[in-house]
Design a protein around this ligand. Structure first.
Ligand SMILES: Cc1cc2nc3c(=O)[nH]c(=O)nc-3n(C[C@H](O)[C@H](O)[C@H](O)COP(=O)(O)O)c2cc1C
Length: 325
């Protein structure tokens, strides 16, 4: 075995000495205070995609949950991520579930979490978002709520300050969201959202066994302009290492299922916007999803295991592959 002493390897080793949430706070604060010039990245024309009629410099974006409070957004966008999903944002500040609620499964390159939306609250997050005017066209805000009106209220707060919205009805840590997983509820939420905004609206769906559920929801939303789905959130699990006993699994083990859902849906909905989230760790994974018709890809767990430079690496290989041309 070759001894890897690169500084990136050492940083990862040091961060892994801390509990996962503590490591996250260290990285978040570093990114918050670090000067922008440290993260300069030049995008190539050949990684550009068009999403809801807007040019986005790379199909690789940050998934919801990593930058819940809009503290690192511009740094990620400067590092090579084409877009970033901020949130999930809740109206009022929330502590989330008791700890432990985030666990690394290092051998599987996976995470278990039962966070349940800890949030600084929409007022504070809006203040931070307003400072990012020059990149707002690459920011999607993830909102949720326990009823339709709460979701719509959250959209109203951020209207005009971001490119679009992702409605999270899929967190396995918030049981009340399950009532939205049907075509009628999704139709009703999008109708209400359309009454207040023309911005793109994505619905982030959970992992379900019955693939017809995705099909019926996609049918219900394809009547609206500028809508799409994100497949899919973390996989629901039970695990006694989490204080509340259950949560969601993310990372590499999710990849095959993500691809399977996409392969089922894409031939049926040629023009629908389908964004993939779940298990993408490298260029090979990204290539498979893009070849199967993903409009874009979101990553979270890979940043923990491969480092935040993963977008830059994928972009470089995408550029050489000419896959997007
Ligand atoms: C610690 C953690 C927190 C998350 N929080 C959210 C969230 O607030 N909202 C959401 O829609 N998804 C959330 N997710 C799910 C991710 O956005 C993503 O869909 C999932 O992790 C699968 O992608 P990955 O395999 O690249 O991690 C979270 C995931 C993790 C690991």
């Amino acid at each position: 075995m070759i001894l890897d002493l690169s500084y990136k390897y050492l940083i990862k080793k040091i961060l892994f000495l801390f509990p996962p949430e503590m490591a996250h706070i260290i990285v978040e604060n570093f990114l918050y205070f670090a000067p922008n010039f440290l993260f300069k990245n030049k995008f190539s024309k050949s990684t550009e995609i068009t999403l809801f009629e807007k040019k986005i410099p790379s199909p690789i974006g940050i998934a919801a949950g990593l930058d819940k409070n809009c503290k690192s957004t511009n740094k990620y966008l400067n590092m090579g991520y084409g877009f970033s999903v901020v949130g999930t944002v809740m109206k009022n500040p929330r502590k989330g579930n008791p700890k432990p609620r985030l666990i690394r499964l290092i051998n599987e390159k996976s995470l278990l979490n039962s966070l349940s939306f800890p949030s600084d609250g929409s007022k504070v997050i809006l203040k931070r978002l307003k400072r990012l005017k020059n990149v707002k066209d690459r920011i999607i805000v993830s909102v949720s709520g326990l009823n339709e009106d709460e979701i719509i209220q959250n959209i109203l707060v951020f209207k005009g300050h971001c490119f679009g919205f992702e409605i999270n009805i899929s967190s396995p840590n918030t049981k009340d969201l399950r009532k939205f997983i049907n075509p009628e509820s999704v139709h009703s939420i999008i109708t209400k959202a359309r009454n207040i905004t023309d911005a793109p609206v994505l619905i982030k769906l959970p992992r379900v066994k019955n693939l017809e559920i995705y099909e019926n929801i996609l049918k219900a939303i394809s009547k609206f302009n500028k809508t799409g789905i994100v497949i899919a959130n973390t996989k629901p699990i039970s695990d006694s290492r989490l204080k509340v006993g259950n949560g969601g699994k993310s990372g590499a083990p999710l990849f095959n299922e993500t691809l399977k859902i996409l392969d089922y849906l894409r031939p049926k909905f040629k023009d629908a916007v389908i964004i993939c989230s779940g298990g993408v760790s490298n260029f090979k994974d990204a290539k498979k999803l893009l070849e199967s018709g993903a409009n874009a890809i979101q990553v979270y767990s890979a940043l923990i295991y491969e480092g935040p430079g993963i977008a830059k690496k994928i972009n470089k290989q995408l550029k050489n592959s000419r896959l997007l041309n």
